[in-house]
Write a protein that binds this ligand. Structure first.
Ligand code: NAD
Length: 249
């Protein structure tokens, strides 16, 4: 894989949904876009990679479970051995396993916390030393509105998304002096495969809370993420950017 010379960007959960739109947004820079996913098959990631290459950027996809510290470490060692460094890390991979707390199993708690929150530690830990050495980098973590509002049936998910905010603010304080910014984007209700499966009643309840009167698009989240990685936001760190149509914030 050649080095296109632009920024090198790693996006977890980049095969589809919000992560795919983030990958497409960065592809416009014609740098190196590296997506990580854990889909059962490669069809979505292949489509994403193809689209990015057609737009003139380099792209590669890795099927890696971001919940695994070891697998993530191996992935980033591989990436860092071939590129000058990682300029941008977007921790976007996430899942839901919704159920009321009374019915929630230990496995449901662990899966959501490991994939949504431990993954952010794993990936950030794997790049931060290199970013510190190069005195620069941008990290954006994808949280959720429910990380601050809570949501019945999502104790595991909301806890993972709230955890991301504490992590973001702490790491921002640790690495600010090295020119690295760490921020979070908290989407509201966005139309993706993740929300497709929600019961109609839950979708209606979300919509009723949105002053702008519609769900958000994956592109609208991607714009916010991209801006937090642009020069215009260089003095912003440790913040949560709400992109939710006015639902909360
Ligand atoms: P999606 O289900 O469409 O895509 C999820 C992505 O995460 C896929 O690429 C998948 O392969 C990847 N992934 C899942 N488990 C993984 C693992 N173990 N290792 C590596 N990759 C893994 O989801 P989406 O709706 O695009 O959500 C993206 C992010 O935005 C998630 O963190 C989600 O919590 C957050 N979010 C979504 C919404 C929404 O309304 N869709 C709202 C708020 C926050």
């Amino acid at each position: 894989m050649g080095d296109a010379g632009g920024r090198t960007v790693v996006i977890t959960g980049g095969s589809r949904g919000i992560g795919r739109s983030i990958a497409y947004r960065f592809a416009a820079e014609k740098g190196n876009v590296i997506i990580v996913h854990y889909d059962p098959d490669e069809s979505a990631s292949e489509e994403t990679v193809q689209h990015i290459r057609e737009s003139g950027a380099t792209a590669e996809s890795h099927k890696v479970d971001v919940a695994s510290f070891e697998a993530v470490d191996v992935l980033f060692k591989n990436v860092l051995s071939r590129f000058d460094g990682v300029d941008v890390l977007v921790n976007n991979a996430g899942i839901t396993q919704d159920t009321l707390l009374m019915r929630m199993s230990e496995a449901q708690w662990d899966a959501v916390l490991n994939i949504n929150l431990k993954s952010v530690f794993n990936c950030t830990h794997a790049v931060i030393r290199e970013m510190v050495r190069r005195k620069g980098g941008r990290i954006v973590n994808i949280s959720s509105v429910v990380g601050q509002t809570g949501n019945a049936g999502q104790a595991n998910y909301s806890a993972s998304k709230a955890g991301i905010l504490g992590f973001t603010k702490s790491v921002a304080k640790e690495v600010g002096a090295r020119g690295i910014t760490v921020n979070a984007v908290a989407p509201g209700f966005i139309e993706t495969e993740m929300t497709e499966g929600l019961p109609e009643k839950a979708k209606k309840a979300f919509l009723a809370q949105i002053p702008l009167g519609r769900p958000g698009t994956t592109e609208e989240i991607a714009e916010a993420v991209y801006w937090l990685c642009s020069n215009g936001s260089r003095y912003i760190t440790g913040q949560v950017l709400h992109v939710n149509g006015g639902m909360f914030g």
